[in-house]
Design a protein around this ligand. Structure first.
Ligand code: 13P
Length: 252
């Protein structure tokens, strides 16, 4: 049985005071919640403060990116060990905004995934097609190519420690959400890729989150799909009430 996992990707939003206050509200709202794994992924400058505010609670903390090298002359980058050092458990990798705006390739994502796993961080590896690719009937090809490239060379043990997030680019920040059927179809396809590369046991173990305009009013239906194991939430994770509403949807 896969434990539902809801993560909030704050992207480049909030400030120090609002980050800490949001964490405090979330911790209060999460009291009594169990059976769901929950994390927030703040901007990197706020990771330390957010980790401290979340320490001892069920709220996990993740970064939005990492560099694959362990240390050295890489101006502006952060190593996996640095993220661990401040208390992170997760790191989002290969988000479409990094792929499409910052030109990150699946090959680079793959190196980061390996480095994150080696440091005992859980990578949340994002895949997803553009609207033009969906319209051209290429969704499965694109997702398969990103899966193959970003998760290349992982052992079965490494694969089961990673999380995949399916984020159709056309549904990110647009208010347009994939229907539960559209999302489920891609999630099932990803699980089949896991089974054919590894085995049924690995395919059954890996959690696959959906991301793209997840809100309290659509979360429960998406999360009720057999192959949707959680959500990677952008806009609706920036305030406590909607994020807690989504978490409630995962419980039902
Ligand atoms: P929105 O929930 O704002 O559409 O963002 C989704 C996302 O990109 C999460 O990583």
């Amino acid at each position: 049985m896969r434990r539902p996992f809801i993560a909030g990707n704050w992207k480049m939003n909030l400030n120090l005071a609002s980050s800490v206050s949001l964490v405090e509200k979330l911790i209060e709202g999460l009291s009594g919640v169990d059976g769901v794994e929950v994390a927030v992924c703040p901007p990197s400058v706020y990771l330390h403060a957010v980790c401290q505010a979340a320490s001892g609670s069920i709220l996990g903390v993740g970064a939005q990116n990492v560099y694959h090298e362990p240390k050295g002359a890489f101006t502006g980058e952060l190593s996996p060990a640095m993220l661990k050092d401040v208390g992170c458990r997760y790191v989002i990798l290969g988000h479409s905004e990094r792929r499409n705006i910052l030109g990150e390739s699946s090959e680079e994502v793959n190196k980061k995934v390996e480095a994150a796993l080696a440091a005992d961080l859980t990578p949340i590896v994002c895949v997803g097609e553009l609207l033009s690719e969906r319209k051209a009937g290429r969704t499965h090809d694109v997702v398969r190519r990103q899966f193959d490239g970003s998760l290349s060379g992982l052992t079965a043990e490494q694969m089961t420690r990673a999380v995949i997030a399916y984020e159709p680019v056309w549904a990110i920040g647009t208010g347009e959400v994939a229907t539960p059927q559209q999302a489920e179809e891609v999630h099932l396809g990803l699980r089949q890729l896991l089974e054919s590369r590894y085995n049924k046991q690995v395919a059954e173990a890996v959690r696959i989150q959906y991301g793209g305009s997840v809100k309290p009013d659509n979360a429960a239906e998406l999360l009720a799909q057999p192959n949707i194991d959680g959500a990677l939430v952008g806009g609706a994770s920036l305030e406590a009430e909607p994020f807690l509403g989504i978490i409630a949807g995962a419980k039902n």
